[in-house]
Design a protein around this ligand. Sequence first.
Ligand SMILES: Cc1ncc(COP(=O)(O)O)c(C=O)c1O
Length: 497
Amino acid sequence: MAFPSPVPDLTGTSQLPVVEQMAAHFRDGIRDGTYPVGERLPTIREVAERAGVTRNAVQLAYRQLAAEGLVESTVGRGTIVAGEPSGRGPGLSRSARAAWRAMRTAPLLPSVPDDVPVIADFAGLQPDDGMFPTDRFRAALDETLASSGGRLPGYGDPAGNRALREALAARHAQAGRADPERILITTGAQQGIDLVLRTFTEPGDAVAVAVPTYPQLFGSLAAHGLDLVPVEAKDGVADMRSLRAALARKDVRLLYVMPTFHNPTGATLDLAQRRALLDVVSATDVPVIEDEYECELRFEGDELPALSSLDPRGLTVTVRSFSKGMFPGVRLGWVEGSPAVLGPMTALKRYSDLESSPFLQDVIGQFLRSGAMDEYLAELRLALRERHEHARDLVDRTFPADVRAIAPEGGLALWLAFPPGAQVDRIADAAAAEGVLVTPGRAFDPAGRPSRGLRLSLSRVDVDTISRGLSILARHAHAEAAGAASGGPTSSPLPIL
Ligand SMILES: Cc1ncc(COP(=O)(O)O)c(C=O)c1O
């Protein structure tokens, strides 16, 4: 995040103590708008390093500002300029202000210091660059351009290219009903979520969400003026009593779930658990978003029926994506659901962005037809299985005995559950200081509360890198178990996915 003047200049002749000078610098900056309401002040570490003072001095200055009501400090979120964000101009809608604030106050993640080499990046849910068949994707691009007969791609169908929808319907036929009319192409799963929210809710409504969950959902709900009603879950599986209580609330107009390769725990609901969940939901008229963002990445067991195919009410919609099975920059995904719901949803999409890139949809259709996607996915699944087994084996053998790795049936994420009392943030910070990035569980909590879990993404790490990274993490896990872990506050403004 760029700050116009990130640290106080302490080289002058002021006789004031350093803490006072720093507090004065930020106080003035807040008053004159250099640090706008909702903005995050630079991290304690950044100020200390750049201004050449101790972290303790910066902390004292920030505490002083907090006592004056000028900033709010929250563990893991940093120090935010207090007050209702006015945004950067007059007349902003409530929705724009809420989205702005959510983005500005998103939790800070551990980051590797500039002078430390990255040993293992277990943080991002991004694909392994080295594995993707770029040549075959380029061939699909060339083929698409060549077959257009020299005509530039034009506008398309707001529901998406028919050929791609047919291919996708056939692809997931086992898990649902193969019918292109049940598919709407979107700009990633994220737009799918956005459209479902717009289709079923009004500002002031609430959405029930099993927590922990996908962090970008928090800002989406805020931007739509929706409250989040947490449903308790253990290792990614919702507690039925808590679910019933949430659905009984009059303001709850939607339920968000991830039945397959849950983010962050990796858990998958079996058929009985899916039926049990739908039994509870079907007794209400609350629609469901089923987020199947990693639907292509199963490496264990058989594909299970989508909730949307089991819901007799036709009120469950499935959101899917090419981001994890292909790459996020392609920004394409799709929603599956009953035509009665998809029709109005397609209309909302039309008046939002006309349609998702028809050109890229053609390229992907070509890539699917060429067989390149399936060949790639077969290799990726094998690699993921090997990485997961290797990582779990290391956790079992080298971590404190009470740390559990939950075995997923697919996907990129491995969840490490620590015993009560473990300060996983300290472990994550200490590992980052040595070049190992992991995502602490608080990132997946709507209130940013500390949690007992760490999420490891195995998408960008081969087995050797996993070994190196986990040996460092294991050392800090043991130190924490012995009550000795330590690490300075760190930060990264990247979105947590
Ligand atoms: C659970 C979940 N849903 C949705 C998304 C967004 O996916 P997309 O890139 O397709 O918009 C992500 C991205 O990481 C995710 O983790």
